[in-house]
Design a binder for this molecule. Structure first.
Ligand SMILES: Nc1ncnc2c1ncn2[C@@H]1O[C@H](COP(=O)(O)OP(=O)(O)O)[C@@H](O)[C@H]1O
Ligand SMILES: [Mg+2]
Length: 327
Protein backbone atom coordinates (compact mmCIF):
# COMPACT_ATOMS: atom_id res chain seq x y z
CA UNK A 1 0.00 0.00 0.00
CA UNK A 2 1.02 3.56 -0.61
CA UNK A 3 1.60 5.34 2.68
CA UNK A 4 0.09 8.74 1.89
CA UNK A 5 1.35 10.41 5.08
CA UNK A 6 4.93 9.26 4.74
CA UNK A 7 4.72 9.30 0.96
CA UNK A 8 7.00 6.28 1.22
CA UNK A 9 6.50 3.20 -0.85
CA UNK A 10 7.32 -0.42 -0.23
CA UNK A 11 9.07 -1.63 -3.34
CA UNK A 12 9.55 -5.33 -4.00
CA UNK A 13 12.16 -6.47 -6.52
CA UNK A 14 11.81 -9.99 -7.89
CA UNK A 15 15.41 -10.90 -8.68
CA UNK A 16 17.63 -13.79 -9.61
CA UNK A 17 19.61 -14.99 -6.56
CA UNK A 18 21.75 -12.07 -5.35
CA UNK A 19 25.01 -13.96 -5.92
CA UNK A 20 24.14 -14.21 -9.65
CA UNK A 21 23.84 -10.46 -10.15
CA UNK A 22 26.68 -8.73 -11.99
CA UNK A 23 27.30 -5.65 -9.92
CA UNK A 24 29.04 -3.51 -12.57
CA UNK A 25 26.18 -3.88 -15.02
CA UNK A 26 23.08 -4.54 -12.93
CA UNK A 27 20.20 -2.12 -13.48
CA UNK A 28 17.91 -3.43 -10.70
CA UNK A 29 20.35 -2.49 -7.93
CA UNK A 30 20.86 0.96 -9.44
CA UNK A 31 17.09 1.50 -9.26
CA UNK A 32 16.97 0.06 -5.72
CA UNK A 33 19.62 2.55 -4.56
CA UNK A 34 17.62 5.41 -6.05
CA UNK A 35 14.41 4.25 -4.33
CA UNK A 36 16.25 4.06 -0.99
CA UNK A 37 17.77 7.51 -1.49
CA UNK A 38 14.20 8.80 -1.74
CA UNK A 39 13.20 7.17 1.52
CA UNK A 40 11.31 4.20 0.09
CA UNK A 41 11.63 0.69 1.47
CA UNK A 42 13.27 -1.84 -0.84
CA UNK A 43 12.69 -5.57 -0.53
CA UNK A 44 13.58 -8.50 -2.73
CA UNK A 45 12.31 -11.98 -3.44
CA UNK A 46 13.36 -14.72 -5.82
CA UNK A 47 11.08 -16.68 -8.13
CA UNK A 48 10.82 -19.63 -5.76
CA UNK A 49 9.17 -17.86 -2.82
CA UNK A 50 5.68 -16.94 -4.02
CA UNK A 51 2.57 -18.67 -2.74
CA UNK A 52 -1.07 -18.42 -3.87
CA UNK A 53 -3.90 -19.75 -1.72
CA UNK A 54 -7.46 -18.92 -0.64
CA UNK A 55 -6.22 -15.97 1.37
CA UNK A 56 -4.32 -14.35 -1.49
CA UNK A 57 -0.82 -14.04 -2.89
CA UNK A 58 2.07 -14.18 -0.43
CA UNK A 59 5.79 -13.74 -0.75
CA UNK A 60 8.79 -14.42 1.44
CA UNK A 61 10.87 -11.27 1.08
CA UNK A 62 14.06 -9.84 2.49
CA UNK A 63 15.00 -6.24 2.98
CA UNK A 64 17.29 -5.25 0.11
CA UNK A 65 20.34 -3.24 1.12
CA UNK A 66 23.05 -2.05 -1.22
CA UNK A 67 26.48 -1.41 0.33
CA UNK A 68 28.79 1.50 -0.60
CA UNK A 69 30.66 -1.01 -2.79
CA UNK A 70 27.46 -1.69 -4.73
CA UNK A 71 27.10 -5.19 -3.27
CA UNK A 72 23.56 -6.20 -2.32
CA UNK A 73 22.76 -7.94 0.92
CA UNK A 74 19.66 -9.28 2.60
CA UNK A 75 18.25 -7.81 5.81
CA UNK A 76 15.11 -8.67 7.74
CA UNK A 77 13.03 -11.57 6.37
CA UNK A 78 9.23 -11.38 6.28
CA UNK A 79 6.39 -13.37 4.76
CA UNK A 80 3.74 -10.91 3.64
CA UNK A 81 0.77 -10.51 1.32
CA UNK A 82 1.97 -9.02 -1.94
CA UNK A 83 -0.78 -6.42 -1.47
CA UNK A 84 1.34 -4.94 1.32
CA UNK A 85 3.75 -3.65 -1.32
CA UNK A 86 3.15 -0.54 -3.39
CA UNK A 87 5.23 -1.50 -6.39
CA UNK A 88 6.59 -4.84 -7.59
CA UNK A 89 9.39 -4.88 -10.15
CA UNK A 90 9.72 -8.22 -11.95
CA UNK A 91 13.41 -8.19 -12.82
CA UNK A 92 14.38 -11.83 -13.31
CA UNK A 93 16.49 -12.58 -16.36
CA UNK A 94 15.17 -14.99 -18.97
CA UNK A 95 14.51 -17.82 -19.55
CA UNK A 96 10.78 -17.26 -19.37
CA UNK A 97 10.20 -20.72 -17.94
CA UNK A 98 7.68 -22.35 -15.58
CA UNK A 99 9.10 -20.48 -12.56
CA UNK A 100 8.89 -17.14 -14.31
CA UNK A 101 5.36 -17.81 -15.54
CA UNK A 102 4.14 -18.80 -12.08
CA UNK A 103 5.40 -15.51 -10.61
CA UNK A 104 3.65 -13.58 -13.40
CA UNK A 105 0.46 -15.58 -12.92
CA UNK A 106 0.57 -15.05 -9.14
CA UNK A 107 1.16 -11.30 -9.55
CA UNK A 108 -1.73 -11.19 -12.02
CA UNK A 109 -4.08 -11.69 -9.04
CA UNK A 110 -3.00 -8.41 -7.45
CA UNK A 111 -2.16 -6.28 -10.47
CA UNK A 112 -5.33 -4.18 -10.06
CA UNK A 113 -4.19 -2.98 -6.63
CA UNK A 114 -0.41 -3.16 -6.74
CA UNK A 115 1.65 -1.61 -9.51
CA UNK A 116 3.42 -4.56 -11.12
CA UNK A 117 6.15 -3.70 -13.60
CA UNK A 118 6.02 -5.01 -16.24
CA UNK A 119 2.34 -5.91 -16.40
CA UNK A 120 2.11 -9.67 -15.70
CA UNK A 121 -0.49 -10.29 -18.43
CA UNK A 122 1.70 -8.60 -21.02
CA UNK A 123 4.92 -10.39 -20.10
CA UNK A 124 3.00 -13.65 -20.43
CA UNK A 125 1.54 -12.61 -23.75
CA UNK A 126 4.61 -11.28 -25.54
CA UNK A 127 8.04 -12.75 -26.23
CA UNK A 128 10.93 -10.33 -26.52
CA UNK A 129 12.45 -11.91 -29.63
CA UNK A 130 9.09 -12.27 -31.42
CA UNK A 131 7.85 -8.77 -30.58
CA UNK A 132 9.77 -7.07 -33.42
CA UNK A 133 7.55 -9.06 -35.83
CA UNK A 134 4.64 -7.00 -34.49
CA UNK A 135 6.29 -4.11 -36.36
CA UNK A 136 7.07 -5.62 -39.78
CA UNK A 137 8.22 -2.29 -41.23
CA UNK A 138 11.09 -2.20 -38.73
CA UNK A 139 11.84 -5.90 -38.20
CA UNK A 140 14.32 -7.70 -40.46
CA UNK A 141 12.95 -10.83 -42.19
CA UNK A 142 12.50 -13.33 -39.36
CA UNK A 143 10.92 -16.75 -38.88
CA UNK A 144 10.04 -18.71 -35.74
CA UNK A 145 9.22 -22.37 -36.25
CA UNK A 146 9.70 -25.88 -34.88
CA UNK A 147 10.23 -27.26 -38.38
CA UNK A 148 13.92 -27.53 -39.38
CA UNK A 149 12.93 -27.69 -43.07
CA UNK A 150 11.12 -24.32 -42.92
CA UNK A 151 14.02 -22.78 -41.06
CA UNK A 152 16.57 -24.14 -43.54
CA UNK A 153 14.48 -22.87 -46.44
CA UNK A 154 14.71 -19.39 -44.90
CA UNK A 155 18.51 -19.70 -44.53
CA UNK A 156 18.84 -20.83 -48.17
CA UNK A 157 16.99 -17.69 -49.26
CA UNK A 158 19.14 -15.43 -47.08
CA UNK A 159 22.56 -17.06 -47.46
CA UNK A 160 23.73 -15.85 -44.05
CA UNK A 161 21.40 -15.74 -41.04
CA UNK A 162 21.29 -15.61 -37.26
CA UNK A 163 19.87 -18.55 -35.30
CA UNK A 164 18.41 -17.69 -31.86
CA UNK A 165 16.69 -19.53 -29.05
CA UNK A 166 13.26 -18.03 -28.28
CA UNK A 167 13.61 -17.61 -24.55
CA UNK A 168 17.22 -16.84 -23.64
CA UNK A 169 19.23 -13.63 -23.34
CA UNK A 170 22.71 -12.07 -23.23
CA UNK A 171 23.67 -13.67 -26.54
CA UNK A 172 23.33 -17.19 -25.14
CA UNK A 173 22.68 -19.83 -27.81
CA UNK A 174 22.97 -17.34 -30.70
CA UNK A 175 24.89 -18.43 -33.81
CA UNK A 176 25.63 -16.82 -37.14
CA UNK A 177 25.17 -19.46 -39.86
CA UNK A 178 25.43 -20.06 -43.58
CA UNK A 179 23.67 -22.73 -45.60
CA UNK A 180 26.31 -25.34 -44.69
CA UNK A 181 26.39 -24.71 -40.93
CA UNK A 182 22.67 -24.02 -40.45
CA UNK A 183 21.38 -27.62 -40.06
CA UNK A 184 23.61 -28.45 -37.10
CA UNK A 185 23.07 -25.03 -35.48
CA UNK A 186 19.29 -25.37 -35.74
CA UNK A 187 19.41 -28.93 -34.38
CA UNK A 188 21.61 -27.74 -31.49
CA UNK A 189 19.12 -25.00 -30.47
CA UNK A 190 16.14 -27.36 -30.84
CA UNK A 191 17.93 -29.86 -28.57
CA UNK A 192 19.14 -27.29 -26.02
CA UNK A 193 15.70 -25.65 -25.61
CA UNK A 194 13.26 -28.59 -25.78
CA UNK A 195 9.75 -27.76 -26.87
CA UNK A 196 10.65 -24.28 -28.08
CA UNK A 197 10.65 -23.04 -31.63
CA UNK A 198 13.84 -21.62 -33.10
CA UNK A 199 14.13 -18.10 -34.48
CA UNK A 200 16.09 -17.44 -37.65
CA UNK A 201 16.65 -13.87 -38.74
CA UNK A 202 18.35 -12.11 -41.64
CA UNK A 203 21.99 -11.40 -40.78
CA UNK A 204 22.53 -7.65 -40.63
CA UNK A 205 26.21 -6.89 -41.46
CA UNK A 206 25.76 -3.40 -39.93
CA UNK A 207 26.12 -5.13 -36.56
CA UNK A 208 29.90 -4.55 -36.95
CA UNK A 209 29.09 -0.87 -36.23
CA UNK A 210 27.01 -1.81 -33.21
CA UNK A 211 23.74 -2.97 -31.68
CA UNK A 212 22.02 0.05 -30.16
CA UNK A 213 20.18 -0.33 -26.85
CA UNK A 214 17.40 2.21 -26.41
CA UNK A 215 15.89 2.27 -22.91
CA UNK A 216 12.24 3.30 -22.60
CA UNK A 217 10.12 3.91 -19.50
CA UNK A 218 6.35 4.18 -19.89
CA UNK A 219 6.98 4.28 -23.63
CA UNK A 220 9.20 7.37 -23.35
CA UNK A 221 12.83 7.59 -24.42
CA UNK A 222 15.19 7.52 -21.44
CA UNK A 223 18.59 7.02 -23.04
CA UNK A 224 20.64 4.96 -25.47
CA UNK A 225 24.05 3.38 -25.86
CA UNK A 226 25.78 1.68 -28.78
CA UNK A 227 27.35 -1.74 -28.14
CA UNK A 228 30.16 -2.62 -30.52
CA UNK A 229 31.28 -6.27 -30.82
CA UNK A 230 34.83 -6.94 -29.64
CA UNK A 231 35.77 -8.58 -32.95
CA UNK A 232 34.45 -10.15 -36.15
CA UNK A 233 31.97 -12.92 -35.42
CA UNK A 234 31.59 -11.76 -31.81
CA UNK A 235 28.18 -10.71 -30.49
CA UNK A 236 27.27 -7.16 -29.49
CA UNK A 237 26.02 -8.07 -26.00
CA UNK A 238 27.72 -6.45 -23.03
CA UNK A 239 27.95 -9.92 -21.48
CA UNK A 240 29.87 -11.05 -24.59
CA UNK A 241 32.56 -8.39 -24.18
CA UNK A 242 31.11 -5.66 -26.42
CA UNK A 243 32.43 -2.17 -25.77
CA UNK A 244 29.99 0.69 -25.26
CA UNK A 245 30.05 4.11 -26.88
CA UNK A 246 27.80 7.14 -26.87
CA UNK A 247 25.28 7.47 -29.63
CA UNK A 248 22.41 9.52 -30.99
CA UNK A 249 19.20 8.34 -32.61
CA UNK A 250 18.66 8.52 -36.35
CA UNK A 251 15.34 9.75 -37.70
CA UNK A 252 14.27 6.14 -38.35
CA UNK A 253 15.21 5.15 -34.81
CA UNK A 254 13.16 8.02 -33.42
CA UNK A 255 10.25 6.75 -35.48
CA UNK A 256 10.76 3.24 -34.04
CA UNK A 257 10.79 4.71 -30.52
CA UNK A 258 7.54 6.61 -31.17
CA UNK A 259 5.68 3.66 -32.70
CA UNK A 260 6.96 0.93 -30.37
CA UNK A 261 6.79 3.26 -27.35
CA UNK A 262 3.10 3.89 -27.93
CA UNK A 263 2.49 0.13 -28.11
CA UNK A 264 4.54 -0.55 -24.96
CA UNK A 265 2.63 2.10 -23.05
CA UNK A 266 -0.70 0.58 -24.12
CA UNK A 267 0.51 -2.87 -23.08
CA UNK A 268 1.71 -1.57 -19.72
CA UNK A 269 5.21 -2.74 -20.56
CA UNK A 270 6.59 0.11 -18.49
CA UNK A 271 10.28 -0.76 -18.74
CA UNK A 272 11.71 -1.90 -22.05
CA UNK A 273 14.96 -2.02 -23.98
CA UNK A 274 14.86 -1.87 -27.76
CA UNK A 275 17.76 -3.45 -29.67
CA UNK A 276 18.36 -1.86 -33.05
CA UNK A 277 20.95 -3.02 -35.62
CA UNK A 278 21.41 -0.98 -38.81
CA UNK A 279 18.06 0.71 -38.26
CA UNK A 280 16.23 -2.62 -37.77
CA UNK A 281 14.47 -3.65 -34.59
CA UNK A 282 15.86 -7.07 -33.58
CA UNK A 283 14.63 -7.43 -29.99
CA UNK A 284 12.25 -5.71 -27.54
CA UNK A 285 13.51 -6.60 -24.07
CA UNK A 286 10.63 -6.67 -21.61
CA UNK A 287 11.69 -9.12 -18.88
CA UNK A 288 14.55 -7.30 -17.15
CA UNK A 289 15.74 -4.58 -19.52
CA UNK A 290 19.12 -3.23 -18.53
CA UNK A 291 22.10 -1.14 -19.68
CA UNK A 292 21.15 1.90 -17.59
CA UNK A 293 24.64 1.97 -16.02
CA UNK A 294 26.28 1.87 -19.44
CA UNK A 295 23.97 4.62 -20.72
CA UNK A 296 24.90 6.71 -17.66
CA UNK A 297 28.60 6.02 -18.29
CA UNK A 298 28.49 7.35 -21.86
CA UNK A 299 26.07 10.23 -21.27
CA UNK A 300 27.30 11.39 -17.86
CA UNK A 301 23.69 11.37 -16.65
CA UNK A 302 21.91 9.64 -13.75
CA UNK A 303 18.98 8.28 -15.66
CA UNK A 304 17.81 6.14 -12.76
CA UNK A 305 16.27 9.36 -11.41
CA UNK A 306 14.06 9.70 -14.48
CA UNK A 307 13.09 6.01 -14.36
CA UNK A 308 12.23 6.15 -10.65
CA UNK A 309 10.22 9.38 -11.20
CA UNK A 310 8.15 7.50 -13.77
CA UNK A 311 7.75 4.41 -11.55
CA UNK A 312 6.69 6.57 -8.58
CA UNK A 313 4.12 8.23 -10.84
CA UNK A 314 2.70 4.87 -11.97
CA UNK A 315 2.44 3.60 -8.41
CA UNK A 316 0.72 6.83 -7.25
CA UNK A 317 -1.78 6.75 -10.12
CA UNK A 318 -2.68 3.15 -9.42
CA UNK A 319 -2.93 3.77 -5.71
CA UNK A 320 -5.33 6.72 -6.29
CA UNK A 321 -7.41 4.66 -8.71
CA UNK A 322 -7.68 1.60 -6.48
CA UNK A 323 -8.59 3.82 -3.48
CA UNK A 324 -11.37 5.42 -5.52
CA UNK A 325 -12.64 1.96 -6.46
CA UNK A 326 -12.75 0.76 -2.88
CA UNK A 327 -14.40 3.91 -1.41
N1 LIG B 1 19.79 -9.93 -37.29
C1 LIG B 1 21.03 -9.90 -36.77
N2 LIG B 1 22.12 -9.64 -37.55
C2 LIG B 1 23.36 -9.64 -37.04
N3 LIG B 1 23.64 -9.92 -35.75
C3 LIG B 1 22.60 -10.18 -34.93
C4 LIG B 1 21.24 -10.18 -35.38
N4 LIG B 1 20.44 -10.47 -34.36
C5 LIG B 1 21.24 -10.65 -33.28
N5 LIG B 1 22.54 -10.49 -33.63
C6 LIG B 1 23.71 -10.60 -32.74
O1 LIG B 1 23.32 -11.32 -31.56
C7 LIG B 1 23.34 -10.43 -30.42
C8 LIG B 1 22.17 -10.71 -29.50
O2 LIG B 1 20.95 -10.69 -30.21
P1 LIG B 1 19.52 -10.41 -29.59
O3 LIG B 1 18.53 -10.78 -30.61
O4 LIG B 1 19.49 -9.02 -29.09
O5 LIG B 1 19.39 -11.46 -28.39
P2 LIG B 1 19.86 -11.41 -26.83
O6 LIG B 1 20.50 -10.09 -26.61
O7 LIG B 1 18.60 -11.57 -26.07
O8 LIG B 1 20.74 -12.60 -26.66
C9 LIG B 1 23.33 -9.04 -31.02
O9 LIG B 1 23.91 -8.08 -30.16
C10 LIG B 1 24.15 -9.22 -32.28
O10 LIG B 1 25.55 -9.29 -32.01
MG1 LIG C 1 19.69 -8.23 -27.15
Amino acid sequence: MFDVKRRAMRVLFVLDPLEQLQLETDTSLLLAEEFRRRGHETWFATEAVFRVDHAGVFVRAWELHVAESGAPHAGLEITAPVKDFTLVLMRQDPPVDAHYRFVAQALGFVAAEVAVVNDPASVLQWNEKLLPLRFPAYCPPTIASHDPEELLHFVRQEGTAVVKPLSDCSGRGIRIVDVASAPSAIEAVLAAYPGEPVIVQRYLPEVARGDKRIFLANGQFVGAVNRVPSGPGRLANIHQGARVESTTLSEREREIVAVVGEFLQRQRLWLAGLDVIGGFLTEVNITSPSALRQINAVTGEHLETMVVDILEGLARDLSHRSRQLTV
